[in-house]
Each structure stands twice: as C-alpha cells, then as structure tokens.
Design a protein around this ligand. Sequence first.
Ligand SMILES: [Fe+2]
Ligand SMILES: [Fe+2]
Length: 438
Amino acid sequence: MDQMNLFELGVEKILSKPIDTNQLINLIENPEIQTGISHKDMIAVRISEIQKRTHNPCDLYLLMGKQKIIKVFSAGLPIEAKRLDRLLKNDVRHLYAKKKEILTIPSQFYVPVRISTLIKDQAIPCEFYYKSGEEYKLLLKTGTIVAQAHFDILKKHKTKKLFINDRDEALYQRYLENQIDAILQNPQVSSEQKSEVMFDLMQNCLQNVFTQPNNENIDSMKKAQQTLQGYLAEDKTALQEIIRLSKEEQGIYAHSIGVATLAYAIVLEMGLLKKTSKEGDHQKSLSAFSFESKEVRDIVFLGGLLHDVGKTILNMSHLALSPNFEQNAPSSIELYKTHPKVGYERLKNAKGIPPKALEVILQHEELCDGSGFPNGLTKANISIYTQLITLANHFDHLHRQQKKKGPECVLALKLESAKYNKHLLFVLEKMFNVPKKS
Ligand SMILES: [Fe+2]
Ligand SMILES: [Fe+2]
C-alpha cells in the first residue's frame, strides 16, 4: 500500500514557532496537556493537508513553549471541521504529529461496514473492500448489483466485515437511509439483519452529529431515531438485538445507542407494569412521569443518544466510569468531569434539540444521593428524564465494559441503590426478572 500520501505534501522540515498561552485560550476549551513527549519528537503538518482528509490520520497536537504539548485531534476519529476552522481563524497553520507515527500512515482511511448492510438485488453506492493481511483489496465496484453468489463467497471465506473508503461514508449513509424502511418491512429479512442495518445507520448518524452538529445532521439523526423507536416498539426481538449489538461494538456511538435503547425499554416496561403490577407505591410515583406520551419517549431516547456528546468533543471516549477510573491521572479525571457541560454547551443552540434533552446532557453524571458531578445535585433537583438515563448509562457500563449479564447488572446497581431512583430500579428489576430476595 502506498504510504505517506498526506505528509509527502504536508510535512514541514522546520518546526513552526510554538503558540503561546493567550493564543491557546482562544483555541481550545479544556486543553489536555500531554506528558512524556518532547518537541523534538514532533514534526509539523500543514492544516491545509489535514483538511483534505475526513478522519484524523494520527494523533495531532499543538506545541507550546517550555515543551508543553496539547492534543487537538485523536487518530481515527472524523475530523471536526469546526475545530479546524477555529485554528485557522486564529492563524494557526500547522499541527504536529509524532515523527514515528507519520511513517505508518496509510494514504487512505478505510472504515468497517457490516456485510448485512449489503442488500440483495440492490446496487451498492460505493466501492467495497476486503482486508487481506494489512492490505485493503477491492471486492465490489460501485453500482454492482448484489447477488446471492456474493454472499456465498463471503460466507465461504468467513468474512465478517467489509470496508469502504472514508470519503464514501456520506454515500453509504444515504444508501442506508433510502433502504431502511423497505428492509424493516420485508418479512424475508431476519430480525438480526434488520437490527444490524438499523444499528449501523444510527451509528453513522450519531458520528455526524457528535462531530458536526449542523441542522442537516441533526435532522437525519432524528429521522433515524423515529425509525428505530418504531421498530423497537413493534418487536421485542428488536430490543434484544439492538442491546446485543451495542454490547458487541466498541465505542461511544454503540454505548449511546445501548443507553437510549435500554432507557426506552424501561419506559415501555412501565406501560406494561401499569396494566399488570400490584405494586401501588412504584406505580403512584412513576405515574407523574407521563411515559405513554410520544413527546416524553422522544426526549428519553434523544437524551440517551446524546448524553455523552461532550466526550467526543474532548477526545475522551476511551475514559469511562469503571473500577479503575480513579487510577487515571488527576488532570484527566478533572477534564473528564467537564464532559456534561462541554456537551451541553456544544448543543445548546442547535436547532431541534428540546431543552429537556439538553438538561439530560448536562445532568447525566449527577446521582440521587448527591455524589455525582459536576454540581453534586440531589434527587429533587435532577429531572426524571436524567434519572432514567443515568440508570441506563450505568447499566450499560456494567453490561458492556464489565461484561456482566442483565440480572447481575441490576443486582450491582441495587448495591448502590441510594444513587438511583428506586422506582425506576424496580422497573429494571422486573424487566430482567431478578429474584426478589437477592
Ligand atoms: Fe457521561
Ligand atoms: Fe455514558
């Protein structure tokens, strides 16, 4: 594969002058200072070359005086056009990469796509590649009509994922958007395949909104959200499939879909409990939350999808609540604690995000007993929407990161029940049939 395409053009042999502290304040909110790297390990790359890529080809940094280095973009994530514009407006013309990393940068960036998103008898929207060793080889040309024979070959080679060029991601997303209704209504397509296509579409939409929250991207995401909610409400298998997929996939987008789906499932369960349960105390408390209204359900789902948007802005998707969380550097923990506010600030003026969903983004790390952050709010001051998303969020961390089974997650949450709304915890218990005595 041809290497160094970007830097053959964009690398500067002479380092530019490092920026100063005043300039940095204009450029980055919450700068994350790197340790263990020196200016001499870095090489300058012209921003004009970075703009030609859709994904960050490697970690990219700003240099400051006294050997300080600030990370601006993480490798592999879509390039945030807004942040790049801000740098250019402030006359920053270079970012820096580690010399060692530049040597291994491929000329193209490929993103994995699921085979189930290839639809039989339909023309594909872009080139599809397969991976052979370290190389990506062309498998299907743009416009190829997908036939059974293609699936047979892929099955024979036990190929699980294909790849597309990152420049084709928008085309691929439009293809999924155009196909999704027909796929979900097609009785020949299995629940597994329907869920996979839906899941991939939602992941793409979220990636676009998290990196570029413009009207077009928000509208596409909300449209996909409606389709996904309709699909989940219709079919219990769909709920299980989407939760399964969110557990299998790594990353912030899968986590967000998992949280939204679980929170939505809790709301649906409330409807069932209302009809069957004799537990009057729980019912009475939850009846104030009009969970049968579409508006409420939409806010719950949207709040789940967007709650962690701040992590992407801070490039901190890798950090999350876990037993080892406190072992992270204090500066990383402090920065992490700003993600609810950073996410809220990013979306507060975006069109089409209701105030209650914005509130979820801002409050989702608060806990009923006051031990959360950033403001240590207690239950009376945390919205019921947030309490629901917080519960789903922590369940998802246990389910995905610690690989616990559903009932085990509920039991773990019950050990810290003061942190959560006990009535919502009760609904979760019912959903997973947790034995009462445990
Ligand atoms: Fe969070
Ligand atoms: Fe989260």
